[in-house]
Design a protein around this ligand. Structure first.
Ligand code: GLP
Length: 253
């Protein structure tokens, strides 16, 4: 695992964006796994500017998002599809046929999950998977306990997660859907490379659990330590609970 600690949030998001931009420069038809959440807004801002200044292009890439709330249609302003359009896709001209977000409004959710897995396989698998982390230790929406061989499926969201994401629903945790479709931990571990980004002191405790605690389905982010090609990018605040030994291994970004 490569650990990069940056002095501030701006540099953390810029570092993650630079890795994605470089992946697309090296292979414009890359298959990317994309993530949502407040942390990623900065990453996508950097990427939009990189496309505008012609440093990279999304025109040939294929993407698969990690997750979507059950019951929200693509046009719902709270859906992750809407988030992706607003923060990235509307500004970087991807081929709409190659952009994938699970459909939370599908009539047959199990069929939607199976079709999502097949679409990832048909695309040749995900080369680079971007990940955030939730307070419960989730990657995607893999709430504890999530076994490490899980695939795309419907999950119940923890109350803590609904509280964490309430600010995107007018501050009302009850307005946050109780279920979501998420890639499984196994789906995520199949990606060629993982890039986990966390910023802010609010993530310090769970980052220490994920990187230094037991590798366990109780903290699904701990599964990334089983992967052969992982980069973790943290700002100083998110790294602030790590042990001196872990910090000593970090590259200063
Ligand atoms: C949601 C997403 C996760 C993301 C998490 C972190 O729960 N499903 O994939 O990692 O948010 O969100 P934030 O960046 O807003 O802290």
């Amino acid at each position: 695992m490569k650990l990069i600690v940056t002095p501030d949030t701006l540099q953390a998001t810029a570092t993650a964006a630079a890795i994605i931009a470089e992946t697309l420069r090296a292979e414009p038809a890359s298959v990317l796994g994309l993530a949502t959440g407040r942390t990623m807004e900065g990453v996508y801002g950097h990427l939009v500017r990189a496309v505008q200044s012609r440093e990279t292009s999304f025109s040939e890439m294929t993407s698969f998002n990690l997750d979507e709330y059950v019951g929200l249609s693509a046009s719902d302003p709270h859906s992750y599809r809407h988030y992706m359009q607003e923060h990235l896709f509307d500004h970087v001209s991807p081929d709409p046929a190659r952009v994938h977000v699970p459909c939370g409004a599908a009539a047959d959710l199990d069929a939607e999950c199976a079709a999502y897995e097949k679409a990832i396989a048909d695309a040749g698998g995900i080369a680079l998977q971007l990940l955030g982390i939730g307070n419960t230790g989730h990657i995607g929406f893999n709430e504890p306990p999530s076994l490490f061989d899980t695939r795309t499926r419907v999950v119940e969201l923890d109350d803590e997660t609904r509280e964490q994401n309430a600010s995107m629903f007018g501050g009302d945790a009850d307005a946050v859907p109780s279920r979501a479709i998420t890639m499984g931990v196994g789906t995520i571990l199949d990606a060629g490379r993982l890039l986990l980004l966390a910023t802010g002191r609010v993530k310090a405790r769970i980052i220490a659990d994920a990187l230094e605690g037991p590798v366990s389905p109780q903290v699904s982010a701990s599964a990334i330590r089983l992967h052969h090609d992982v980069t973790v990018i943290l700002d100083e605040d998110a790294a602030s609970n790590l042990s001196p030994e872990t910090r000593a291994r970090a590259v200063i970004g």
